[in-house]
Structure formats: C-alpha cells, structure tokens
Design a protein around this ligand. Structure first.
Ligand SMILES: *Cc1c(COP(=O)(O)O)cnc(C)c1O
Length: 389
C-alpha cells in the first residue's frame, strides 16, 4: 500500500447520531432516502454507501445513472436506488434491469421508459416530478393529461411509484411565499391525480431544509442530503430549527448534527526561516521574525482552495497554524513558530476537530464564498476515505 498525503476519515458514530436525530424530527412513518449525489457530497460513494447501509439506510437518491451505477456496485444489494436527474434514454433498459427507479419530468422519457419496459420485460418504476414553481424540470398541469393517457394505456409497462417536487430554496426565509405556493400547488396536483384515478404511491417533496423548517413537507419520504452528513443547509435553517415553533430558544444546546468527515494530512518537513525572507512563489508572504514553518502536502489539487492563500488555517497539536504564502497545487506552508519543535509526521487537521479546536467547513465558506455543498463535493474522489468509529 502506498500512503496518501491526505486522507478523509468518516465517522460511523456521527452518521448514526445524525440519522437518529433526523428520524426523531420526522417521526417513525416517513421513509428516509439518503441523497448521495456529488460523490456522496464529497464523502465518497464507495465508502459512504456501505457505512450508511450499516446504520440502517435502505434508500439512496442520486442525480445521474453514472452515480446510480456507483451506488449499485458499493451497495449490499438490499437498498433501493432512485435517479432524480440525468439518465440517457439508452440507459433506461439498464436501469429497469437493475430495478432502479427514476424521475420522469418530460414525455420523451416517459415514452422511452414504456418502450424499454417492453424490450426488457421489466416494469418501469417511475416517480412523476410535478412542476410547482421551481421551474427547472417537472410536468405542468396541462402536460399531466397527456401523461395520464400514456400511463393508462401502458399500465403493464409503467408503475407510478411516487410523485415528487423540489423546493426553490427552503433554507432561506426570503423564499417563504414561493415555498408556500409550491406546497399548495403540489397538494392540488396530487388531489387532481387522485381524482383522475391515478395510483401514485408515495409523495415526497422534502430535502433537509424543508423537512426541518416546514414539517408539512415531510409527507411519505424525505430526501435527506446535507443534514445526514452533519451540516445545516444554512445558518438560518439551524437557528429557525433550534428555536422551534414556540420560539423558545434552544440554540445554546450542543449542535445535534455532527460532522461525519474529517480531513487530515501530516507534516512533511519543517524549516527555520530568517526574518525578512519571502516564502514560496512570489512575494505575498514575508517573515516578520525568525519563523518555524511546516510544509504540509495539501493544495488546490486536494481540495484546499487557492483563495485560502495567506488566509486559511490548519490544526496541529490542537492549535491553529496560519497558511503562509500562496496555496500551491499540492503543498502549503504553515507557521508553527508558536508550537515549539513540531516534527515531521505530526498530524495536521485540514477539516474537523483536533484537541479543543475545530476547523469547520463553514469557516471556509466565510473566507471563500463557497457554499458548504460546493466545498464538500470538490474534495477529490482520489483521496482515500477511511471509516472510523
Ligand atoms: C440535492 C437534492 C436533495 C437533498 O438536498 P439537501 O439540501 O442536501 O438535503 C433533495 N432533493 C433533490 C431533488 C435534490 O437535488
């Protein structure tokens, strides 16, 4: 085995705690789908899926057929897989043969699903996406009439397992009215479908933010992404959720969500630099005194953004150490003068806890304007993921 300069630990205990907490929030009835698009939000599908199955997840949502294939090859075979976005018509046969369900939001895919079902002899398990105001994908009311015709005519080929929609930003109060309108429209469309005699299985609309702030969106299944990984969709979601509907503050409580991911590296080398010297490329950093610097083998090729040059921090021995100079492709220099004789091989925490200190993903967002989500999914898939207790 060769040793990677950067590794990511995934905490089973943290995932278990998040799952339990979210389950408590939505009650025992609704199904939980674990959203693993974007390489499981950067956690690594190959490692995350078996871990999730171990703690009780049995339903995964992905964006594309490529991701569905990754889940399929990592899964123990007992979980359901649902594609919410991209699948080429030519891959529908593969999806049917592997019992993978998918969203349908346009007639072309519906018709292709019918012919794939005829071809493979397997029924297509579809989820009808309804247009409620996101205006991205989804059937409008006037298209639904035609959809129903096709479904009725091909009842042996197509089974409507669910109806669904997605909200246009439930993590911000600024979208309150738009979300309320979406909820109402979804209900109206479901009623219309029911009155038209369509058996539509389950209704699912909620992502993390809407499940935690608008309980009426929970319905029969919740598609939890970011919260399962231990992150709040936004600061606002966190405050609104923890304040509760009665407005009684519980914000002082310990954060009920726990970060699963911890990213770490090791000191590769150290050196003493004389006062007044420039460090690394260019002259953006000059030593003010005699400084002890450590080279750490992370850089913008391993998820440490170049915009953190002279701004970011890492943790060594539980203490913050400042990035000195420009973030390179595979290396940064950090100031360890305050730590005494830091040695080659000592642990460096890039994201996560170390002693009494913590570097949060949110702290990167403060510096670089990246969303939580964006920073996570950009963690390269080549970094090894290890399951820890
Ligand atoms: C990403 C996604 C989710 C999960 O969203 P989170 O905010 O991460 O909980 C749910 N539904 C759809 C359609 C999505 O694309």
């Amino acid at each position: 085995m060769t040793h990677s300069p950067v590794t990511i630990d995934l905490s089973e205990k943290a995932l278990r705690a998040n799952f339990r907490y979210l389950r408590k929030q939505i009650g025992t009835e609704p199904r939980i789908s674990c959203v693993v698009k974007g390489n499981a939000y950067g956690h690594g599908i190959g490692s995350f899926v078996p871990l999730a199955e171990k703690i009780g997840v049995d339903h995964f949502s992905v964006f594309s057929a490529v991701e569905a294939r990754q889940v399929l090859s990592s899964s123990n075979g007992s979980s359901e897989i649902m594609i919410m976005g991209y699948i080429d018509n030519e891959d529908l046969g593969w999806a049917l043969s592997n019992n993978i369900s998918f969203w349908v939001f346009e007639l072309d895919r519906l018709e292709a699903a019918v012919s794939s079902a005829r071809h493979t002899g397997k029924q297509a398990r579809i989820h009808l996406e309804l247009e409620t105001g996101m205006n991205r994908t989804g059937f409008d009311m006037d298209e639904l009439v035609r959809v129903l015709e096709i479904i009725r005519r091909n009842a042996a080929e197509v089974s409507v397992e669910g109806v669904c929609t997605h909200f246009s930003g439930a993590e911000s109060i600024g979208n309150y009215l738009r979300i309320q309108n979406q909820i109402k429209k979804f209900r109206d469309m479901c009623t219309w479908l029911k009155n038209s005699g369509v058996e539509y299985g389950i209704r699912h609309t909620a992502c993390s933010a809407s499940a935690l702030t608008y309980p009426e969106t929970i319905m029969d299944m919740v598609r939890f992404g970011i919260a399962l990984y231990g992150f709040w969709p936004s600061r606002e979601t966190r405050i609104r959720h923890l304040l509760g509907t009665d407005g009684k503050s519980t914000v002082h409580q310990r954060d009920p969500l726990r970060r699963i991911l911890r990213m770490k590296s090791k000191v590769m080398s150290t050196k003493i630099v004389a006062p007044g010297e420039f460090v690394g490329y260019g002259n953006s950093y000059q030593t003010a005194k005699r400084e002890r610097l450590a080279a750490v083998p992370v850089g913008y090729s391993t998820g440490f953004a170049r915009s953190l040059s002279n701004l970011g921090h890492v943790l060594i021995r539980g203490r913050r150490c400042k990035v000195t100079g420009i973030v390179n492709m595979s290396m940064i220099m950090v100031d360890v003068s305050h730590l005494g004789d830091v040695q080659k091989g000592e642990e460096v925490v890039i994201i996560g806890r170390n002693g009494n200190s913590c570097i949060t993903v949110a702290s990167f967002s403060d510096i670089t304007t990246n969303l939580n989500y964006e920073l996570l999914v950009r963690l390269p898939s080549e970094i090894p993921r290890m399951i820890v207790e």
